[in-house]
Design a protein around this ligand. Structure first.
Ligand code: HEC
Length: 206
């Protein structure tokens, strides 16, 4: 008899636990704050990217890396790549491989970062000109056609006059933008000998 009661109680207990485990406490939805015995680091004061805040003078949370910050994958033994300078002079040449991929990347980065002010073709007539920002340079003047690649790179890095610095753009991407600016310039002012034959109108024969 004693053995039977013990077995019965054990089975009854096991059944009870099984019923509670299967039917009870099954992720019910509640709006009440859960009891936290170990809150770990569930809540901590932090800034979320792309949110405004009054703590910083520009009223935004995202920080621009300090001037001179170089991503770890950039080689620092290439001064022209990083500064656009060869010795004391602005250098010329794009120190990254120019191919269709680089130009496409340059176009994309240009459209994201520069087009608002400099316009789709680089004529200095971006959307901001309709809202009072005048004077964004047009790339289609002799001054900018002749400007050294390194100087344009430097303008992107440090800004100029009213234009702010863009040194948060990856170094290679800055050069991709320079290459794309050259393509924009060519698109508006190509010497005839660089045009494909079919694009050059044949003069009317008398
Ligand atoms: C907020 C508007 C704005 C944006 C965005 C902008 N620029 Fe400018 N940019 C200007 C203005 C304004 C000037 C004229 C600055 C001056 O001479 O005072 C200028 C000048 C320039 C010049 C000529 C500098 C010189 O030495 O005369 C270049 C080159 C240039 N920008 C390239 C770029 C590139 C590349 C980007 C994108 C990475 C860019 N800009 C983004 C407003 C802008």
């Amino acid at each position: 008899m004693k053995g039977f009661i013990r077995t019965f109680l054990a089975l009854f207990g096991a059944l009870g636990i099984a019923v509670i485990a299967i039917a009870g406490f099954r992720g019910d939805f509640t709006r009440r704050t859960p009891i936290e015995i170990f809150p770990d680091m569930d809540r901590q004061p932090k800034y979320k990217s792309q949110t405004p805040d009054t703590f910083f003078p520009e009223g935004r949370v995202d920080r621009i890396p300090p001037y001179g910050t170089i991503p770890f994958h950039v080689q620092t033994d290439q001064p022209y790549l990083l500064t656009g300078k060869m010795g004391n002079m602005w250098g010329t040449g794009i120190p990254v491989t120019i191919d269709q991929k680089l130009l496409a990347r340059g176009q994309e980065r240009y459209q994201i970062n520069c087009q608002v002010c400099h316009g789709e073709t680089g004529a200095g007539n971006g959307i901001t000109s309709q809202y009072g920002l005048v004077g964004a340079a047009s790339y289609h003047s002799d001054k900018y056609r002749q400007m050294a690649d390194g100087e344009i790179f430097n303008t992107i890095t440090h800004g100029k006059g009213q234009m702010g610095p863009y040194h948060h753009i990856d170094v290679k991407d800055r050069w991709a933008i320079v290459a794309y600016i050259r393509a924009l310039q060519l698109s508006q002012n190509a010497p005839a000998n660089l045009l494909p034959k079919e694009a050059v109108p044949t003069p009317n024969k008398p």
